[in-house]
Design a protein around this ligand. Structure first.
Ligand SMILES: C[S@@+](CC[C@H](N)C(=O)[O-])C[C@H]1O[C@@H](n2cnc3c(N)ncnc32)[C@H](O)[C@@H]1O
Length: 283
């Protein structure tokens, strides 16, 4: 079946799709994303035997069950282990030792707030394991959330192959030996890492309903990386307002490579590029 006879998305349908993306994810797309939307939606439309983009718009509007598929298709989920090296150096060499000095005996709570397929959260877990080995009594818990159910399933499985592990194998072979086992043509995260991780679906534009284990326990470290840049300023502000309610006093917020919230008038104060501290005095 040829979708829309092979023609592209008509302008009115494109506007409707962009509005649906914004409604369900907060992501701000422009008309320039037309071919990206075509590429991503076409296989799903074939699967559902829907011949026009307008027909698919109607399906998403009418069928709540289709929304999760739609979200999986329109989100961009690229990630990697230890993405942006200097952030991980900061966490390992500065954040963890200082946090432990200030809060000995406490349990560190970390939130990976747009976790995608899990490379970020297992990078956190590996650092925490290493810190724990040198710091008797140190305990940690990680909550990992994403809006995409498909990504959460990948993160839960913790099986990685291809590009995702090539770089890790090249740069951290000893970590691979310690925290992964061979699985088919890839690697499987060991249970020792997984047992510290709770995964949950969450839309960053809504208040976090933290699983029982994390209820009333604010986070000391929040990774909110490579997701804010998909939103317009109004949505960025709303996300930061929501995230702030889940942060402990003096918690650190870590952003992605090219992101900054300076100028957004949030309760988070610049500490250094990509790293912010929650200002508890802020209104
Ligand atoms: C590019 S990935 C970032 C992954 C990881 N944080 C990193 O920096 O490598 C962006 C993730 O944000 C998620 N996302 C997009 N909109 C979201 C929303 N409104 N709420 C929660 N997650 C969202 C996507 O599903 C995707 O997995």
């Amino acid at each position: 079946m040829r979708v829309d006879g092979g023609a592209g998305i008509q302008p009115a349908t494109l506007s409707a799709l962009i509005a649906l993306v914004r409604e369900h994810t907060g992501i701000a797309m422009t008309d320039r994303k037309s071919s990206l939307l075509e590429r991503r939606l076409r296989p799903r439309m074939r699967e559902l035997d829907i011949a026009s983009y307008q027909g698919y718009v109607q399906r998403v509007r009418d069928d709540a069950g289709e929304v999760a598929h739609f979200i999986d298709l329109v989100t961009t989920n690229d990630t990697q282990f230890f993405r942006t090296a200097h952030v991980w150096e900061y966490v390992e060499r500065e954040f963890l030792p200082r946090w432990w000095r200030e809060r000995p005996g406490d349990t560190l709570r970390v939130w990976s707030a747009a976790a995608a397929s899990g490379e970020e959260l297992y990078s956190i877990a590996m650092l925490c394991e290493r810190f724990q080995a040198a710091t008797p009594g140190f305990r940690y818990q990680i909550l990992a959330t994403d809006i995409s159910r498909q990504m959460l399933a990948l993160a839960r499985a913790g099986r990685y192959a291809g590009r995702s592990v090539e770089r890790l194998l090249a740069t951290q072979p000893d970590w691979v030996r310690k925290y992964f086992t061979a699985s088919g043509d890839g690697l499987q995260v060991v249970d020792a890492l997984k047992q510290h991780v709770t995964l949950a679906q969450h839309n960053l534009l809504t208040p976090l309903k933290a699983p029982e284990k994390f209820a009333h326990q604010p986070f000391n470290l929040v990774f909110l990386r490579n997701v804010l840049f998909y939103f317009d300023q109004a949505h960025q502000r709303s996300v930061l307002q929501q995230v702030r309610h889940s942060m402990a006093p003096q918690a650190r917020l870590i952003l992605g490579e090219s992101e900054s919230i300076t100028g957004l008038e949030t309760a988070c104060q610049f500490e250094r590029p990509l790293i912010y501290t929650l200002d508890t005095q802020a209104p």
